[in-house]
Write a protein that binds this ligand. Structure first.
Ligand code: 7RM
Length: 523
């Protein structure tokens, strides 16, 4: 298809081995992949393909998701409709579900038609260590996702080393990470880290669900998984489903457990340790980000004593600290901003096509000290008297729903793109299962009236614009939003209202005091 070094390739696939094959095929010929999570909508896919100016899209007819065959190819067709992504010349399609698909002659190619006759030899393209390896889009504080840029040498070095040390990988281990390849965890700890170590790795196209509450434990038993890496939201879901499911399986092969994506509550940690790990497996709570490429704060199993709920200490070579808004280190047990004070191999290099945004977002939030800039992660945290890090969550307008990052602005722009919506403000509300749930305050355009039907329609609209992961759990119609005199929405109050708490803080800076009363009465 003429893809060469420096080109970009979009990947929109289910969790099948061909997804990893596609990523590594790009890497081998020097093309950058940009994987878009299969749960994202055609609109979200179109924006990312356009931003990356992808030349080819690799997809599948569909994939299996929670007992259903979910179509993927139609979303690609829709994203590309009317030449909406002018850079795309071809679509390569893996047959997975055998669903009917529309076909654009000359553009679309079946994987199984393209493969026969192709040479099995393909020399690796020589790359500079700083050449682009991939772009992965992630949510930030504006409506437009950031294309996080990772490069060849540093990223591979760091994912290789962190995987080797934090999972203590051995020749006969069977490792399983339950993430999707559409997220950074799938990139670093399903594809690059494990495979560069020659690890035996399980890839699973499935998700915990009520219809099959033992599915994960069946996989562990069947393949004698020794190292298991998942997210707190999944652990909480299993905890709720009951001990009988894991107890009915042989999980004795497990020796190390890991978690990632959000802070793990001590209750879930203890359950994971007791019921899944049989009280014999160390748990590595790994704090890191799309931007950091690999683990930043994590215990090394057996070497660093754990505390339930703490990611413990920085990985060797990582200089992390907690500082105040001026960049001064804060005393033990005081909350502050989590920063990294020294470069590391797999740090993101820039926001694709937007160096200014890279500088602004990560390097200018905390002022430099003695001319030294620090990397600001967007998280709040504290360090205890033993130097252990406790991550407290995002300090910016980023939500963490079931371990998935979503920008409040992204969801707000999706809502406002509906003709009935004049203004929207989105906040997170604490949720036992998902960690956080999307709560939207919506002001309607004059001619539209509030109704349950409209609420349902708006939720569906967000699903269409972004994807099911962004569907608001609750929408509340409002006449006005709490704003400062300069017009900034006071999100703190909205968060209080969403969770039914008392308002915290000073309301006197508000322009219109009656707004809050009204919002409270709506509940
Ligand atoms: C790997 C990943 C990053 C954000 C990050 C945090 C949160 C991730 C942990 C965590 C507490 C953890 N990349 N986060 N891991 N919070 N403890 N072990 O999730 O780019 O999608 O999200 O996730 O807020 O900034 S991500």
């Amino acid at each position: 298809m003429g893809v060469a070094k420096g080109d970009r390739v979009g990947i929109y696939m289910p969790m099948i081995p061909e997804a990893a094959v596609a990523m590594l095929a790009c890497a081998r010929i020097g093309a950058a992949h940009t994987v878009v999570f299969g749960g994202f909508s055609s609109e979200a896919l179109r924006d990312r393909l356009n931003d990356a100016e992808a030349k080819v899209v690799i997809t599948a007819d569909g994939g299996f998701r929670k007992d259903k065959a979910m179509p993927l190819k139609p979303a690609v067709d829709k994203a590309l409709e009317g030449n909406a992504v002018a850079s795309v010349t071809n679509v390569l399609v893996v047959q997975r579900t055998k669903q009917d698909v529309d076909w654009t002659e000359g553009r679309d190619v079946w994987w199984h038609d393209g493969q026969p006759g192709a040479s099995t030899d393909c020399a690796a393209e020589p790359m500079d260590s700083e050449d682009l390896l991939f772009i992965l889009y992630t949510s930030g504080t504006t409506g437009k996702p950031k294309g996080v840029v990772h490069t060849t040498g540093g990223y591979n070095l760091y994912t290789h080393t962190t995987f080797k040390w934090a999972f203590d990988i051995k020749e006969d281990d069977v490792y399983w990470c339950t993430a999707d390849v559409g997220w950074i965890t799938g990139h670093s700890y399903i594809v690059y880290g494990p495979l560069s170590n020659g690890a035996t790795s399980v890839m699973y196209e499935g998700a915990p669900r009520a219809s099959n509450p033992g599915c994960f434990w069946d996989v562990v038993q069947k393949y004698k998984v020794t190292i298991f890496y998942t997210a707190p939201t999944a652990i909480r879901a299993f905890l709720k489903m009951g001990d009988q499911h894991p107890n009915a399986r042989d999980l004795s092969s497990l020796r190390i457990l890991g978690t990632v994506g959000e802070p793990i509550n001590p209750e879930a940690w203890m359950w994971y340790h007791r019921v899944i790990g049989g009280e014999k497996c160390p748990i590595i709570d790994t704090w890191w980000q799309t931007e950091t490429g690999g683990f930043m704060i994590t215990p090394l199993p057996g070497a660093v004593a754990t505390k339930p709920g703490s990611a413990t200490k920085p990985f060797p070579g990582i200089l992390a600290d907690i500082v105040d808004a001026e960049g001064n280190p804060v005393p033990a047990n005081e909350g502050g901003y989590l920063v990294v004070k020294h470069p590391w191999p797999s740090m993101m290099r820039t926001v694709y096509g937007d160096d200014a945004r890279f500088r602004r977002t990560y390097w200018e939030h905390i002022p430099p000290k003695d001319g030294k800039y620090v990397y600001f992660a967007g998280d709040g945290a504290r360090k205890d008297e033993d130097g252990y890090f406790w991550i407290m969550g995002r300090t910016d307008d980023v939500l963490n729903v079931s371990g998935h990052r979503l920008g409040t602005m992204e969801i707000e722009s999706a809502l406002v793109s509906h003709p009935a919506v004049a203004e929207a403000a989105v906040v997170g509300r604490k949720d036992d299962l998902k960690g956080e749930d999307v709560f939207a305050f919506v002001i309607l355009e004059g001619t539209h009236t509030a109704s349950d039907e409209l609420k349902a329609e708006l939720k569906q609209h967000v699903v269409k614009e972004i994807g099911a992961i962004a569907r608001p759990g609750e929408i509340r119609f409002a006449d006005g939003l709490p704003k400062t005199r300069s017009g900034k929405i006071i999100r703190r109050f909205l968060r209080n209202l969403a969770s039914g708490e008392e308002l915290v803080g000073d309301a006197t800076t508000m322009e219109d005091q009656s707004v809050l009363e009204k919002l409270r009465n709506e509940a």
